[in-house]
Write a protein that binds this ligand. Structure first.
Ligand SMILES: [Zn+2]
Length: 329
């Protein structure tokens, strides 16, 4: 299901969001003068809309998952004029309404085209912003970190995690080699047989942004001391994989690239420039060509991709050892 707020904002699809949206739709579609009886097997939905609602509004929903959907569903309920009853029923136990709801949910999940919902909340029904007296230090800290992360994202033009790295790889390959591979080719490239198994796994993890680095530590549910791991202890910058592999001042990073560069120049007699994160992720796809004939040089291409990938993997291993041994100081 996708929701329309004028900008066609997509929402995370999960059991929880589905339960909330179902209640929102019920509140929107039942005749306005009728009493509304909501029967749900979702303790999460009941807690979000009843037990925790006031507390969450008081803290401006800082760090609360699905906050937009919760606030929006509450607003739809508040718009109603008559009594609303909410009741928990046991799921999958033969309750007629519950069984029908499950059937509809299954049908909905298999739809080819998304539904659109009215996502506009009258401002009077949606409370935003934390009440000052409810803003504890830790919540304030979280709000500041989230804002900081948003800024970093804007500054570096970061896309959502799943898209960012293949896109970055493609751009680097366009710059370095004038080629524009598909995402599929980029994913296939990391399985190149020239790479060691460890290097292949490493590349897979890097392109999926699956290592716990940088903004991964800024999850709202993480305690402050965990969130501090988002930044590099050397230079205080957000410790993204790109930072570790190509920017960090810590010992190792620059030196390894320097050694790799001089080895490359000695063996291939060709120029070298320090790879970017995109160049590293797309190392298997860059082909070295003969200067005049433009023919592919198989040996050099192979050497280049092995050097870049193994060097990046080595920098990562050294960084992890440093973090484990002495907290990356
Ligand atoms: Zn650093």
């Amino acid at each position: 299901m996708s929701l329309s707020n004028g900008q066609h904002q997509k929402i995370e699809q999960s059991k929880q969001t589905g339960e909330l949206i179902a209640i929102k739709v019920a509140a929107e579609t039942a005749h306005e003068n009728e009493e509304l009886d909501v029967l749900t097997d979702s303790a999460y939905a009941l807690d979000s809309l009843l037990k925790n609602a006031k507390r969450h509004e008081d803290i401006g929903y800082i760090g609360i998952k699905n906050k937009n959907i919760i606030a929006n569903t509450l607003a739809s309920l508040r718009k109603r004029r008559n009594t609303i009853q909410m009741q928990w029923v046991e799921g999958h136990s033969g309750h007629e309404g519950n069984e029908n709801a499950n059937r509809l949910a299954k049908e909905g999940a298999e739809k080819d085209t998304p539904d659109h919902l009215d996502w506009s909340i009258p401002p009077t029904l949606c409370l935003t912003g934390a009440k000052l007296n409810q803003l504890t230090q830790s919540l304030a800290h979280q709000a500041v970190l989230t804002a900081k992360l948003e800024k970093e994202r804007e500054k570096y033009g970061l896309r959502p995690r799943t898209e960012a790295n293949p896109e970055k790889t493609k751009l680097s390959l366009e710059d370095d080699f004038g080629i524009s591979p598909t995402q599929h080719a980029i994913w296939r490239g990391i399985r190149n047989r020239d790479f060691s198994r460890k290097a292949r796994n490493f590349l897979w993890m890097v392109i999926h942004d699956a290592y716990m680095t940088g903004s991964h530590w800024l999850r709202p549910t993480f305690k402050e001391e965990l969130q501090e791991r988002a930044t590099c202890h050397h230079d205080g910058r957000l410790e993204t994989m790109e930072h570790i592999l190509t920017e960090c001042d810590s010992p190792g990073q620059a030196l390894i690239w320097e050694l790799v560069g001089s080895m490359w120049q000695r063996k291939s007699k060709k120029p070298w420039s320090k790879p970017s994160a995109g160049t590293i992720m797309g190392a298997s796809l860059g082909e070295v060509l003969h200067e005049t004939t433009q023919k592919r040089l198989t040996g050099e291409s192979r050497l280049r991709r092995i050097l870049i990938t193994e060097a990046a993997y080595l920098i990562w291993v050294l960084r992890c050892e440093r973090v484990i041994a002495n907290d990356n100081v």
